[in-house]
Ligand binder design. Structure first.
Ligand code: GTP
Ligand code: SPV
Ligand code: MN
Length: 612
């Protein structure tokens, strides 16, 4: 057993509550060493990881990491929210009593870090000085050096964040133990993994993975799941939202838009958007956040938003010069980016993923797929296997993102003008429909239906409702969540406009995407801004206001005219069916506010009255 106090003294970690937490878990996990990390330790840790073969070099100053092949995405089934109050049970939060889960996790973690180092990561999920700072401090204990390096990129990491706490006890206690990955029965009835947020104790216990949201506990478990619960109890909103600013350089006005799209459905890409070349340099998009936003009502009565993260954990697939040049710039040589589960060339130290270029590198020499197989030696049965895992990702710091807003660290956040929802919906949902009524906007978010993606194990392509894109992160009951939204937005004296967008409608015959997507998505947002400014009127439909063609900035857009017509039309019959499904969906939720039902009935009646 290491002498924890000596280590903590040397690291200058003075917070006695944190010290007690570290001592306790060092004892339980049986770690051989304890080490406190600050951001300034990154270069040393990287060198150790390279020496140990945990990371491989990429280009100049970037890294490659491979996770265990059964550990490549979040597991929704194994993720649990535990509290001591059974009325916290919702439809999606897999609620269990904390009295049952805590001993179970302690049991699994006991001795499970034997022989390893337990790293102590004190972090802050907020720009320092934020009005929500007191909900943002945490300490992650992890037995994985790769996880430490990810956390240094994704969060603000320094002992000062816990030493300086006004209430020394108010930090999230997050414990991550990797476990014996080849022997955890992932995906079988004997699955040993558990990812538990004990929300009413602000404690996170994750066992059995070293990947992404399962292991970087500041990000998903604290930044979303715990944050969502804290926000409910303390009057703010925590959402899986991107956050961007659009400046019109002709008028000098800036509009801030945030919004939810389910995992791997376009948040990072939207926040990194460059205006289409044909629109010139009039519009500039600034990046605030790509995965999480915390929202509150400011003193001036507007809704404010901030990104609690300090980095991007972005999907690699289909990232290229055309779709997302900003992302490529963010992961350039010297950026310190960590690439995970992409394909790697051990001779040239290059990386590749599907969609990086139209076809894979022709010269197979040195190329290894994400599982570690040499491409040149793969048998005929593996020939069509992807080189990179579909959920392979890059991890880079916000400071590397070329369009990051100048004021991205401003603790006051930015005022929100619009809240949008979207997802992978292959039919029915038009390009954009705007909603000005608040309960109807909240209703629209609650009935977000989309195809699930490879970001969660075993769900790719499954059509399902994903309220406000929070289904995997929802930590309290959905009816209460809806009421909380109505309360927060209701308390704002200046209301944001709502909208639903869809970049993923497909041709039913040949399956092509009707909308070119990516940089062209800005055109839909510019229309929304113009509508909010009263410059365009759009067309009223039962499900919101949609653009008429002439109102969209179409310069340089490559699209078949019939496809654009489809994207701007409402299939009334299909929508009537959808309303029946929504009714079933909403009926699952206890305590759903009457205002949501009123909005639902109003839309349903308008659809009944419409011509089909
Ligand atoms: P998480 O990090 O999992 O929460 O995902 P995200 O919502 O940030 O998704 P991201 O922007 O990383 O996109 C996921 C995938 O969708 C990538 O493969 C993108 O290339 C693809 N994608 C993003 N935007 C568009 C679009 O407008 N059209 C099409 N066809 N694909 C898109
Ligand atoms: C998501 O799945 O929505 C992510 C990636 O943002 S992970 O951090 O793995 O949850
Ligand atoms: Mn996400």
């Amino acid at each position: 057993m290491p002498d924890v106090d000596v280590v903590l003294d040397q690291a200058g970690l003075t917070n006695e509550s944190v010290r007690e937490f570290v001592r306790r878990w060092a004892g339980i996990t049986g770690a051989e060493r304890v080490e406190v990390v600050n951001t300034s330790d990154d270069a040393r840790l990287a060198q150790e990881a390279l020496d140990a073969g945990e990371l491989l070099p990429v280009g100049d100053g970037c890294y490659y990491s491979r996770s265990y092949f059964k550990d490549t995405a979040r597991s929704e089934e194994r993720t649990i929210v535990a509290t001591s109050d059974p009325s916290d049970k919702g439809v999606y939060n897999n609620w269990r009593p904390s009295s049952e889960m805590k001993p179970m996790l302690e049991e699994r973690m006991r001795g499970a870090s034997a022989g390893k180092t337990m790293y102590v990561i004190p972090y802050l999920m907020a720009p320092p000085g934020s009005p929500l700072e007191k909900f943002a401090a945490g300490v992650e204990l992890t037995d994985s050096r790769t996880v430490v390096m990810h956390m240094i990129r994704m969060a603000r990491v320094n002992v000062s964040y816990v030493n300086d706490l006004a209430d020394q006890d108010s930090f999230v206690r997050a414990v991550h133990v990797t476990g014996d990955l080849p022997n955890l029965g992932q995906g079988t009835p004997d699955d040993q993994r558990y990812f538990v947020t004990v929300a009413d104790e602000r404690t996170i216990l994750h066992f059995g993975s070293s990947y992404g949201g399962n292991a970087l506990l500041g990000k998903i478990a604290h930044g979303l799941r715990q944050g969502c619960y804290d926000g409910w109890k303390n009057g703010f909103l925590v959402e899986q939202f991107m956050l961007l600013g659009i400046t019109d350089r002709e008028t000098g006005r800036k509009y801030n838009v945030c919004g939810g799209f389910p995992s791997a459905s376009g948040k990072t890409n939207l926040a990194m958007t460059l205006a289409p070349d044909a629109l010139g340099d009039r519009y500039v998009v600034e990046f605030y956040g790509d995965d999480i936003a915390w929202l509150w009502v400011g003193d001036d009565g507007r809704i404010y938003g901030m990104n609690p993260e300090n980095g991007v954990f972005g999907v690699a697939k289909d990232t290229n010069e055309k779709t997302n040049p900003t992302a490529l710039d963010s992961i350039r040589d010297g950026s310190g980016t960590i690439f995970t589960n992409v394909a790697y060339n051990d001779k040239t130290h290059e990386v590749w993923w599907e969609g990086r270029t139209k076809t894979p590198p022709a010269d197979l020499d040195g190329w290894i797929d994400w599982k570690g197989n040499r491409i040149a030696e793969r048998g005929p049965d593996q020939a069509s296997d992807p080189w990179a895992h579909p959920n392979s990702r890059f991890t880079t710091n916000l400071a590397n993102v070329p369009n990051v807003a100048k004021d991205y660290e401003d603790p006051q956040g930015v005022p929100i003008d619009a809240i949008i929802f979207g997802g992978r919906t292959s039919d029915r949902e038009p390009l954009v429909r705007a909603i000005t009524d608040v309960p109807e906007g909240v209703y629209d978010g609650l009935t977000l239906g989309a195809e699930a993606t490879f970001a969660a194990d075993g769900l790719d392509g499954q059509l399902r409702y994903d309220p406000m894109s929070m289904r995997p992160f929802m930590s309290y009951p959905e009816g209460d969540y809806a009421q909380h939204w109505l309360d927060i937005i209701g308390a704002a004296t200046t209301k944001p406009i709502f909208a639903h967008v869809n970049w993923f409608q497909r041709d039913p015959e040949d399956g092509h995407f009707l909308w070119p997507g990516y940089r062209d998505n800005l055109r839909a947002l510019l229309w929304l801004v113009a509508l909010n400014e009263g410059q365009v009127k759009g067309r009223e439909t039962p499900v919101g206001v949609v653009p008429v063609k002439e109102e969209l900035k179409l310069e340089g857009l490559e699209i078949v005219p019939e496809d654009l017509d489809t994207l701007l039309s409402i299939d009334v019959d299909r929508w009537r069916q959808e309303l029946d499904n929504r009714e079933v969906h909403l009926k699952q939720f206890d305590r759903l506010p009457e205002a949501i039902w009123v909005a639902h009935r109003r839309v349903a009646e308008a659809l009944e009255a419409a011509d089909s």
